[in-house]
Write a protein that binds this ligand. Sequence first.
Ligand code: PMP
Ligand code: GLN
Length: 394
Amino acid sequence: MPDATFAALPTTIFEEMSGLARAHGAINLGQGFPDDPGPEALRRKAAEAVLDGYNQYPPMAGLPELRAAVAAHYHRTQGLTFDPTTEVVVTSGATEALAAAFLALIEPGDEVIVFQPLYDAYLPLIRRAGGIPKLISLSPPHWRFTGAMIEAAITPKTRFLVLNTPVNPTGAVVPDEDLSLLAEICVAHDLIAICDEVWEQVVFSPAVHRPLLTYPGMAGRCVKIGSAGKMFGLTGWKVGFICAAAPLARLLAKAHQFLTFTTPPNLQVAVAFGLETLDDWWTTMPVSLAASQQRLASTLEAEGFSVLPSQGTYFINVDLAASGVTMADRDFALLAVREAGVATIPVSALYETDPVTTILRLCFAKSDATLDEGARRLAKARDLASQTLAGRSI
Ligand code: PMP
Ligand code: GLN
């Protein structure tokens, strides 16, 4: 039984790799954040909101104008209908939304189905809430699950399933047939789905994001979590949203009120403004990111790396084993940041058990020059790795 206390936990791989990137002056293709400063109109709106007086506690569940803008946005973009007054809660990032969902809903001993590789906040939060994670391991290159894998993990104590799509770190967008299967399983076993959809707008055509909440029987049993940080490429803003049927949203708001209580009102004003006015953004942003993804993928391929398909998020993955790197991903990532000047994320860090150790995640939300140099440095790291291994074998 893993230790549920925070003292037993390592520092997150994102912080570790960004720290090493700073220490070594490396290009940071690790932690997922764009190097573009983000939409100027939104940043101006936030600055004006600070200067013009939105600086005191806003309502606990969020500013009414932001809750209305979130509901309208999801209606426009995903055909969903939420009542902004009872079904939308604003949180301090998706991370707080996840914490609120786990703390509000999990009773000690409840089992929670989770897929790995996973976003690293899930397991500590589930365990601190008294839950028991039941891990399902997915493998490259397609990272698909089957009904049998999920059924095998379900027991009479299973009450929740956590679904992240589009998926960090794999870049997969869970396809329609897999979502139908999950919905059937949730209904058959009376499970609540915690749906981490922070990457919902960062999806590359022809892939399409579909919320699990739209599948038969799911509307009352889904907690849909979004993040303005990901929507607008302003990852430090930490403005998140919970959308759920009123009884669930009411419970989650009770957890939120004792976590952060509110979220900075000036940023809420700016996010509402962005959702209401940046109409072009939802098409231009993914097109521009898809071009960056292509650029990094083709530059890496030209350097002899094998790149896995990615349909969304800021991330592509390199198959190290198929790229002539025999070192395990973490060792290679440490060598790359220290000796070749490029930070990445070893995907094994996002497994708790039986890690896949041959995959490296790279963030492509960067300028072309940074991506080109990053790929060159990764090739240098591969040369250094083979020299290191050759040296050792003598
Ligand atoms: N879930 C996933 C899958 C993520 O990738 C992230 C951030 N990268 C979060 C949650 C947290 O989002 P936020 O920064 O809004 O807390
Ligand atoms: N979600 C971001 C990523 O995957 C990192 C978030 C964090 O640093 N906690 O890179």
